[in-house]
Ligand binder design. Structure first.
Ligand code: DHB
Length: 534
């Protein structure tokens, strides 16, 4: 399948793009594994300016490989392709990225399709991918308050508004890392027979295939294939954490074989996940536990019978997880999770936020938010007051497995010619669409296993999981329960993994306010000593 022919020489948005070599990487229609050999010479040489988190500009010359199909038998190469960006000169100094960490930044949002097929430079994928904007998909609302980068990228896009991962990508490039951006199939894709071919588990299978492609090209593709660091936000954060948790799980083999994935490991070294919308089959209960008492934006409470039933399910689920809180908190359950969230995440988050303000700005904030006690340089408050502070919940009940099948996640669990299905017993039982069996379809449990990182961590944990985790969430994000990320982090902590987990105070869905710290963290966990000069 031919993909995205791009102009060789162009000046877009004031950024000079210089053609160095023309590539023909996307033209192969071969289904042999030869098509999975990375061509080191098929790049275009580009220049971009990256503004770092201290507002300092850096000129980065990099090699860019436009869309390369990463599977031998693509279902749809528009999505099953990746782009590669490799820095060669930073601020006038030649750099060698051949052993640098690889940032694998997906741009999945809303479990929608994401494409880099027409990308002409790094940072192509915003929240909705480099391709068509998903209609009806959550927008992600990613307005980074600490500007990751205000530079125009090679697409002429301004990255400050382009979403969390765009900040990560440009900063990674300016730090001398290799940046690889994969597309992936998503839930709305439908073929001419009316079959949905991007629903679960397509997106995770594709991301795994991308990892296998990279690893199978060790020595050809620049960067250290043993130091792949995944990043993604929201549904992309869910998939990133799933990629990290499920490394080399044989459960995906059959799907990977079907699309002709390269024969290599799909384990990754480290995982970055922003506001992961995951643990989907337990997310309705978690949501009601967290936001059940908060009004909708209409000013109305959701059906309290439904909310209470879901809360009871969550209490059972939480008890069954047998998690211990980070920081020596002890066993977590539905009765003490509120205290845990306040002590482990919310108060420290507010404290960091308030400490960084000027005295007068802090005084103004505290005057407007009297529920916070500020004493000895620390913020304290109650869970109940915090919930009031957040205000309207974003979603009705159930938040994910809607009785009328209207949630995006219902579509994510669609199959064949069926657009949307239930994936919880409670959702199926209360179905309002005429589902006569009132039960989930028989293939659903296996699909849930393939989509939920917790399945790879709880009980016997996957030994090939990533051992380094960067997890972030805004405190005002009611796209899912605040417990989802906390439970993931707690389980990883129990397993002895290296977990760096913070909540961003007063930030909403999609926030990434410390991208510079993420880039530094990558260097730390991968033992990378900075750009190697030539
Ligand atoms: C996303 C947001 C949601 O609220 C959701 O249910 C799924 C995905 C997103 O922004 O990716």
């Amino acid at each position: 399948m031919g993909i995205g022919a791009t102009a060789g020489v162009a000046a877009i948005g004031g950024v000079a793009l210089t053609a160095n070599a023309s590539s023909d990487s996307g033209s192969s229609s071969s289904s042999s594994s030869d098509s999975l050999v990375f061509d080191p010479d098929a790049y275009t040489k580009l220049t971009t300016t990256v503004t770092d988190t201290n507002d300092k500009d850096h000129t980065v010359v990099y090699h860019f490989w436009k869309a390369i199909t990463y599977v031998a038998e693509p279902v749809d190469a528009t999505y099953q392709s990746l782009v590669v960006s490799v820095p060669v000169e930073i601020d006038g100094k030649a750099v060698d990225a051949s052993d640098a960490p690889i940032l694998l930044a997906n741009s999945v949002g809303g479990y929608m399709p994401s494409s880099v097929a027409t990308a002409t430079g790094v940072g192509a994928g915003g929240m909705s991918g480099g391709g068509a904007a998903p209609s009806g998909a959550p927008t992600g609302g990613a307005a980074p308050s600490a500007s990751a980068s205000t530079a125009s990228n090679a697409n002429g896009n301004t990255n400050a508004t382009g979403g969390a991962t765009a900040g990560n990508q440009l900063l990674a490039l300016a730090a001398g890392y290799v940046v690889i951006e994969p597309g992936a199939r998503g839930r709305t894709l439908k073929n001419s027979d009316g079959e949905y071919y991007g629903t679960a588990p397509a997106a995770i299978v594709d991301l795994k295939a991308a990892v296998r492609y990279i690893r199978s090209n060790k020595g050809r593709i620049p960067g250290d294939v043993e130091r792949i660091v995944s990043a993604g936000t929201s549904a992309g954060g869910a998939l990133s954490s799933l990629l990290g948790a499920s490394g080399d799980s044989p459960a995906y083999d059959k799907y990977l074989k079907e699309i002709g994935a390269a024969d290599a490991s799909d384990a990754i070294f480290a995982t970055g996940a922003w506001c992961p919308i995951t643990d989907l089959e337990h997310a309705d209960g978690a949501y009601e536990w967290n936001w059940g008492g908060n009004d909708l934006s209409t000013g109305k409470l959701v059906d309290q019978t439904v909310s209470k039933a879901l809360q009871a399910q969550f209490a059972e689920y939480q008890a069954g997880l047998k998690l211990r809180g980070l920081g020596g908190f002890g066993p977590l359950n539905a009765r003490n999770l509120d205290t845990y969230l306040v002590k482990q995440y919310l108060e420290p988050s507010a404290t960091t936020y308030l400490a960084a303000l000027s005295d007068s700005a802090r005084a103004t904030y505290l005057k407007a938010n009297t529920f916070i006690t500020w004493s000895g340089g620390k913020a304290t408050f109650t869970w109940a007051d915090f919930l009031t502070h957040v205000g309207a919940r974003k979603k009705d009940a159930p938040a994910f497995d809607a009785f009328d099948l209207s949630a995006g996640e219902n579509n994510e669990f669609g199959a064949g010619t069926t657009l949307a299905r239930h994936f919880t017993a409670y959702g199926a039982k209360n179905d309002s669409t005429g589902l006569t069996t009132k039960r989930v379809a028989s293939d659903i449990p296996a699909k849930l296993d393939l989509m939920n990182p917790m399945h790879h961590l709880v009980g016997k944990a996957n030994p090939n999981r990533s051992k380094h985790w960067w997890i972030r969430l805004g405190t005002k994000d009611s796209d899912t329960s605040l417990t989802v990320a906390a439970n993931l982090a707690a389980r990883l902590g129990d397993l002895g993994d290296d977990v760096n987990h913070l909540y961003y105070w007063d930030e909403g869905h999609g926030a990434n306010t410390d991208p510079g710290d993420f880039i530094t963290w990558i260097a730390q966990v991968t033992n990378h000593r900075g750009p190697k000069n030539k």
